[in-house]
Design a protein around this ligand. Structure first.
Ligand code: SF4
Length: 126
């Protein structure tokens, strides 16, 4: 995705404990075309580009489970999801109801919102 706005964005890099504070501005379809300040390494520059043009997050949540000692089972997306889809993704996750036993890594939603991303369980239960 190409960023078509020139607004400056402040970011904190989360890739290592230094937590560099960065600013990003410009219009570009590669990190080289943007003005990125504050990073101390190349991967920080790439992180800033991704956060500026297409921010994503691994979504973690829980789903309802019956016939188990707990009432909810933790799940997560198997890849980072575009941030703008997180609300809709939560609506889909909230529709899931499982029945124990369930193994860790079970796909509970395949191809979430046509992204190619699955939602999987992160523990076994029952
Ligand atoms: S820019 Fe590089 S040095 Fe700074 S926090 Fe990110 S990974 Fe660490």
């Amino acid at each position: 995705m190409t960023k078509n706005e020139t607004t400056e964005k402040e970011l904190i890099c989360i890739l290592c404990p230094l937590g560099c504070k960065m600013s990003v501005s410009g219009v570009a379809d590669s990190p080289e075309g943007l003005t990125i300040r504050g990073q101390q390494c190349k991967i920080g520059r790439e992180y800033a580009y991704e956060e500026y043009t297409n921010p994503t997050r691994t979504l973690t949540s829980t789903v309802v489970i019956t016939n188990a000692p707990l009432s909810r089972l933790p799940v997560k997306t198997n890849k980072p999801l575009p941030k703008e889809l997180i609300y809709k993704a939560m609506e889909e996750i909230n529709k899931v109801e499982l029945s124990a036993p369930v193994k860790m890594g079970t796909v509970v939603i395949e191809n979430l919102l046509d992204t190619g991303i699955d939602v999987v369980t992160t523990r076994s239960l029952g």
